[in-house]
Design a protein around this ligand. Structure first.
Ligand code: SAM
Ligand code: SF4
Length: 329
């Protein structure tokens, strides 16, 4: 039972931990072309990240997702995954990755106890994939997806951010790919995190309702009550095991049932993706090296800071200056 309850009676059972702000891609909606990354001493060490994960599970958190930046570019990521995989009380251990390094890591992640993977994929066209990620190689990611399937993860889900005029014509192709591979897919509305100058978010915004109606031209969607403990709303198709999810921070507010908090790679505990409410866990960790109790107390005390809801809009206003790679999607 989680000890972490906020002022709106929401029980926190899920933490997303960003293990690095660095990445081998520069996706247009996530980063600017030129990024300055944090000096390494400001980023939590593998030991510190392991302590954070342990503190949360001892406080009743049952689900941990590692994210970034790109978690698989973090040095010694295997060690962290091993440490977290061994934690008692953890029921669901997952990672969000761009997939490029999965051929190398998939089987060791699985063996360390990771059950599920989310892999980002916005296009099946190699040139366009390159344009959207600026540095990515589609073939490598597809091979990474296959490696994850071979490694036997319980569930693999693709994440696709749809931008109007950029990849909205690939929605059905992406669904067909997920069906062929017998994996799930979630479509994500772009969020106004960080100032990206590459495109106007107002013009490229594509709502989940629009995506859904495009899918329904080929596959009628059946409402599903399934819930992965995250913000996705799920649907099924009559003739496939693949589930289709929608993450719609703009058009469907999911704050009332929010059971999540995030920890940035600098050790900042973010109580809400769409607000700046946060506390500094790194300070407590570094003042009390290796001690878990002060850290747990700081986490408990922070719960009262969790705001009731976020206030994203689609009018292009950037309310949050953090880039997504700092926060972990
Ligand atoms: N590098 C990993 C990856 O791309 O899967 C993990 C980190 S990434 C920040 C996590 C997720 O956030 C990805 O699925 C990505 O597509 C999504 N994302 C990044 N920036 C976003 C934005 N501005 N709006 C919506 N989703 C975003
Ligand atoms: Fe890297 Fe993921 Fe951001 Fe793309 S979305 S730049 S892969 S952190």
């Amino acid at each position: 039972m989680s000890e972490l309850i906020d002022d709106f009676d929401r029980r926190i059972k899920y933490v997303r931990i960003s293990v690095t702000d660095r990445c081998d891609f520069r996706c247009v909606y996530c980063m600017s072309e030129e990024m300055t990354f944090l000096p390494r001493d400001q980023v939590l060490s593998i030991e510190e990240l392991s302590l954070v994960a342990r503190a949360f599970t001892e406080l009743g958190v049952e689900k941990i997702r590692l994210t970034g930046g790109e978690p698989l570019v973090r040095r010694n990521i295997d060690e962290l995954v091993n440490n977290i995989g061994a934690l008692e009380g953890l029921r669901d251990f997952t990672m969000t990755t761009n997939g490029a390094q999965l051929r190398r890591y998939a089987s060791s992640l699985r063996q360390s106890g990771m059950q599920r993977l989310n892999i980002s994929l916005d296009s099946l066209n190699p040139e366009r994939f390159k344009e959207l990620t600026r540095t990515g190689n589609l073939e490598k990611v597809i091979d990474g997806i296959r490696a994850a399937k071979e490694a036997g993860f319980e569930r693999i889900k693709l994440n696709a951010v749809i931008l109007k005029g950029r990849n909205d014509d690939e929605i059905l192709d992406l669904v067909d790919f997920a069906r062929d591979e017998e994996i799930d897919i979630s479509f994500i509305e772009e969020m106004p995190l960080g100032n990206v100058s590459e495109h106007s978010r107002e013009e490229t915004f594509c709502s989940s309702d629009e995506v859904r109606s495009i899918i329904e031209t080929r596959y009628p969607l059946l409402h599903s009550t399934e819930n992965s403990g995250g913000p996705s709303r799920y649907y099924r198709m009559a003739d496939s095991h693949s589930r289709i999810g929608f993450i719609s921070p703009h058009s469907h507010n999911f704050c009332d049932s929010c059971n999540r908090v995030r920890v940035t790679c600098e050790g900042r505990l973010l109580l809400c993706l769409g607000n700046e409410h946060s506390t500094d866990l790194r300070e407590v960790i570094r003042q009390n090296p290796g001690e878990i109790e002060p850290l747990k107390q700081k986490i408990r005390d922070s719960m009262s800071l969790k705001p009731h809801r976020h206030h994203f809009t689609t009018d292009g206003d950037v309310q949050i200056v953090r880039f997504m790679n700092m926060t972990g999607g």
